[in-house]
Design a protein around this ligand. Sequence first.
Ligand code: PMP
Length: 383
Amino acid sequence: MTASAIREILKITQQPDVISFAGGLPAPELFPLAEVRAAANRVLDTYGPAALQYSTTEGHPPLRGWIAAQAGIPAQNVQIVTGSQQGLDLLGKILISEGDTVLVEAPTYLGALQSFQPYGPNYVQLPTDEGGIDVDALEGILKTTRAKLLYAVPNFQNPTGRTLSLERRQRLVELTAQHGVLVIEDDPYGALRFTGEPLPSLYSLGLALAGDVDSNHVIYSSSFSKTLVPGLRDAWVQAARPVVQKLIMAKQGADLHTPTFNQMIVAELVEDVLPRQIEVVKKAYGERARHMLDCIGRHFPGGVEHTTPEGGMFLWLTLPEGIDTTPMLARAVARKVAYVPGAPFYALGGGENTMRLSYCTATPQQIETGMQALGETIREALD
Ligand code: PMP
């Protein structure tokens, strides 16, 4: 295991006078505090000691049932997990044997690499562009490599903010089915689309192709962390029954079950508070993203490429070749602004000239000042 590069960087940037675009945290001022407090009281009144008792590994039935109904699948195809991070770890545990080939986007979510790493995968990086995974390249790789698993974040990816196009979704699902490759679709941000039209999940396309919920080769993972609150650690996996059965066993070994009280609180909030909260979060993140993009236009030198996210929390910069954003971070922090260098998001290296920016926790003034300072830092590195 290697230490998380992001956590190490976050330590430096927690100084109060540094404007940090480095974090991956949702905006705390938007959390529905009063609603969570009221739900907690209702749960204790309704369930009494059962709210604080051990409960089943599969998950609190009303919450599991609600998720299943939303997805239009039976509850037995849903497993509640303690954050989708746990879902990734458990999926790694049940699916990856040492030396198995795992296909990942270049770049990909660092936390997934950390989850899978202990199980000894052999990574192959999939090239990506503005439309997400290059499916022609995927086809070539599938023809020459015996892959076990493909891991992807199709909506507003962490770290790039990119979205996989509809046509590519269809081809990805068909190609992986043809080659017998399982897909993990990690989708914590899908509900947070602030512009453009929603696209079908890989899971739903896999279901249409298989014709049966227990033959779907796509495993779907999502979370209440970004739509409601992350600290309750409530998330879920949707998968074919054989996968869910193995997940139940793996989860029993990990933590028996996701905290009963937390699941009951979330179940209280999903009908009314969650849809309202999603609107609040989308509006705020959409405004902040537009402001940050606008600042790139006004404060950055030419030659810097950026993604244009349609939702989620991140955007991605590609600087001219030859600039290494890792040593540049110290110079940015000296100008009181921080970002995450892109290189750690590549399983097999690359991306030295890239960086991830989060727009979701900064105020308009901080975005303005921070982006100006970052523009100056980049200009200095170009000289
Ligand atoms: N997957 C992705 C792509 C993420 O960005 C995150 C959070 N940063 C997670 C999974 C983990 O989320 P959680 O465990 O809070 O559900």
